[in-house]
Each structure stands twice: as C-alpha cells, then as structure tokens.
Design a protein around this ligand. Structure first.
Ligand SMILES: Cc1ncc(COP(=O)(O)O)c(C=O)c1O
Length: 423
C-alpha cells in the first residue's frame, strides 16, 4: 500500500523540523493523517448559515434535538455541550484547560503544544503506541507493570518486552537496571514508566525523578528514545518524600532525539472512571506536536470514530470550578487514610509475605513467600473469607486500597494471614 499524499505532506513537514521524529514513527504512524473528509469539511463550514455537511441531527440552527428522558437528566447543561459531536481531537476547551492545569503544576509545560483528547488513559496510550511502536520493537519497562501493557504492546503491536527489576538494592527505583537495559539496545528504543505505579503504588523521590530524566536524556544522545509516561495516578501521593511531579516535565526540551509522550486523564485524577476522558501530550517541537495531533485524529477517526464530548465538558466544568483543588484534596485524603491504615497493618514483618515499598497511587503489592501460589490464595480468599484481591505474576497479591473502606483494611490483612497460614 502506498502512503497517501496527505500523510506524505505531514511527514515532509516533520522531516523539515526534526527528522528523528519521522524516523521514530511506526509504519502506521507514517501512514496516519486526518483526512479532508466529513468532519474536516463540517469544521470548515461551522459558521455557515446553512450547514448541510455533517450527519448530525439538529434543528437546522446548530442545536441538537435531544430525547426528553436524557435531556431532563442533563437539564443543567447546554444541550449543545451534551448532545452534539465533539471535534475529533477533542473539545478545544477541554484540551486547553487540561494543558493549563499542567502549566500551573510546572512551567516547563508552556513549551508543550495542546494535547489530543482520548477516551480514557488506555486509549491515550493506544494512540501513542500506534504512532511510534512498530512490530518487533523493544519496550523497556520495570518488571512490575499494569498487565494491560501486554495487550497494547505485545498482542496488538507485536513488540517485545525488556523488563528490569523495579526496585534497586536500596528499595528505591532501580536506576541502574534502567540504564543497563538502555545500554543493551543499540537503535531506536521505547521506555514506559508509570508513576505512581500500578500494581505497586510507587512514586519516586524528587531526586530519583531528576536522575531518571537524566538517564533517558543520556540514552537519547545517539538514537531516538520514545518515552511513554503513564500518569494515570498523577497526584495521588501520600508521603512528602515522594514526588507529585510527572517524569514528563523532566523530559521536555532536553534532546531532539527524545520523544516524551504523556498519557493522563480524568479517570483516576478526577475520579471520573466512566467518563473516558484522557489526554496525550507530545513533548516535542510544538509544530510537530500539531502534526502528531493530526495523525491521532486519523487514528481516532478510523477507530473510535470520535471521543466523548459530554464527559470532556464535565471535566471542563470541574477544572473551572473554584472548589476543584479542595475537592481533589478531599479525595486524596480519603485515600491517604486508607494508605496510612494499610502501612500500619503491614508494618510488622509477616512469615507469609514481603511488602514492596509503596507511597502513592491506589495499590500495594505483596510478594508471597516461596511455595505460596498467589492465584490459589486469591481464590481461597474469595471462597473462604469473602475478600477479593488480584493475583499477579504467580506469587504476588495486589491490594487496591482505593476501593475498600478504611475499616476494611485490617480485616483484609487478617483474612489474608488466615488463608496463607493454611498452607
Ligand atoms: C497504569 C494504568 N494506566 C492506564 C490505565 C487505564 O486507565 P483508563 O481507565 O483511563 O483507560 C490504568 C487503569 O487501571 C492503569 O492502571
């Protein structure tokens, strides 16, 4: 299949600004572009008095014709925000307000262009990976990772994982492990880092974050390095020693060979799980970022079709509201209470498990002693104790403290002890 002339045009523009980015694109990333089809033409005709472009049922004056039961429930909203298509890249207001939130957190974000909106953080990751990750490519990542990365990078995109142990000898992030793996891959390489992490609830110290950034910049001295920052749990940090900043901030404008991609969203950060609102920022030259947004619009158009305007609008309302910061803090403190209770419950050494260091996010991870089968323990916990946890990697139990009451923490640990003691 030949590459469409429109894609060739985008690629030539990227090439003229930074050929490394073009080189780093996957075959699909090369081919992707937003066509001058219906949404494009409808956008051009937006201000026309008579606009017969898009297949969207309206009153002829740009207003939707909603059905009453839904309209009644959403009566507080302008029907246009609730019922009409969102632009393919997402609502401009939502993209701007999320970007502004990040600029407020770190001024380095000013150098980064507007994100494309997605339908959940997984979708942001999906677009990022489809643009850059080619079959046979290698993904370096810590060995404790969200299991869905296997679906994204192995099953869907046919890549190989090169994991390194998450923790170093001091119980902190394993910087040496990351360095070693980077040194062992000669050409273009991909790195995925998720902080605060799932499944083990770790956020680096500020010093570790800077050091990780420096290692990635060094690795990019001679070849393209694509870094996927999965910031799904951004801001959910419970110890003053752990950073609340994103690794992405450390990578902005550091090297023409470094391509940082920030995947984040409202799912956990705004406790809006069903909303499916996410953002993908490109930490490259703004003109290239704009072209990459265009390529993502092509991916969206051919996959989801479009993202969810209603929930993007709700995110806008939340972030514009003067109560937002206090509300986020209220949420964080609820989780912090459970976190403290869990820390205390796990403080005494257990004959059955060791606890991976955790300070953030929604989870902690226990490594069971040799001979204990995590999935068997998990199933027994359900059958005998009415307690649900997740088993991972054969010998680990993940506890999602985000979804249990503070007073359930101790009973959960006691139930786990009882089941382990039976083996
Ligand atoms: C590390 C990580 N990244 C991404 C996601 C996906 O989030 P979303 O539900 O917004 O797609 C999750 C969800 O559990 C996650 O744990």
């Amino acid at each position: 299949m030949t590459t469409h002339a429109e894609a060739l045009d985008r690629n030539a523009r990227i090439q003229a600004i930074n050929p490394v980015v073009l080189e780093a694109l996957s075959p699909l990333g090369h081919r992707a572009f937003f066509p001058k089809g219906i949404p494009y033409q409808a956008g051009q005709a937006k201000a026309c008095a008579i606009n017969a472009t898009i297949g969207q049922i309206t009153d002829g004056a740009g207003n939707p014709i909603p059905l009453a039961p839904m309209a009644e429930k959403l009566a507080g909203l302008n029907p246009k925000d609730a019922f009409l298509y969102a632009p393919i890249a997402g609502r401009e207001a939502a993209r701007k307000i999320w970007h502004a939130k990040l600029v407020k957190e770190d001024a380095r974000m000013e150098k980064v262009g507007l994100p494309v909106a997605g339908a959940g953080v997984c979708h942001a990751l999906n677009m990022a990976s489809e643009l850059f990750f080619a079959p046979g490519d290698t993904l370096i990542l810590p060995d404790l990772y969200w299991d869905n990365y296997e679906q994204v990078f192995q099953v869907r995109l046919q890549g190989d994982f090169m994991p390194f142990p998450f923790y170093g000898a001091d119980g902190g992030f394993n910087l040496e492990g990351l360095k070693e793996k980077l040194a062992s891959v000669p050409g273009k390489v991909h790195v995925l880092l998720n902080f605060p992490s799932n499944p083990n609830g770790y956020s680096p110290t500020p010093e570790e974050l800077v050091a990780i950034g420096n290692v990635l910049v060094e690795a990019a001295a001679i070849r393209p390095v694509v870094v996927y920052c999965d910031d799904a749990y951004h801001g959910l940090v419970f110890e003053p020693s752990a950073t609340t900043k994103s690794l992405f901030f450390e990578l902005i404008d550091r090297s023409p060979n470094l391509i940082p991609l920030k995947c984040d969203g409202a799912t956990k950060e705004l406790s809006f799980f069903g909303g499916r609102v996410s953002f993908l920022h490109f930490g490259v030259d703004k003109a290239i970022a704009e072209i990459l947004v265009d390529k993502c619009m092509g991916l969206i158009r051919s996959g989801l079709g479009g993202t969810v305007g209603l929930s993007q609008h709700l995110v806008e309302l939340e972030l514009q509201d003067e109560r937002h910061e206090a509300e986020f803090e209220r949420l964080r403190l609820i989780l912090a209470g459970r976190y403290q209770r869990l820390k205390a419950a796990l403080a005494k050494p257990s004959p059955y498990w060791t606890v991976y260091p955790f300070n953030a996010g929604c989870f902690c991870l226990l490594k069971l002693r040799d001979g204990l089968d995590a999935d068997q323990i998990r199933q027994q916990l359900i059958a005998e104790e009415g307690v649900g946890v997740v088993s991972q990697q054969g010998n680990c139990i993940r506890i999602a403290f985000c979804s249990i009451k503070e007073e359930s923490v101790v009973p959960l640990i006691e139930a786990l002890e009882r089941v382990c003691a039976k083996h």
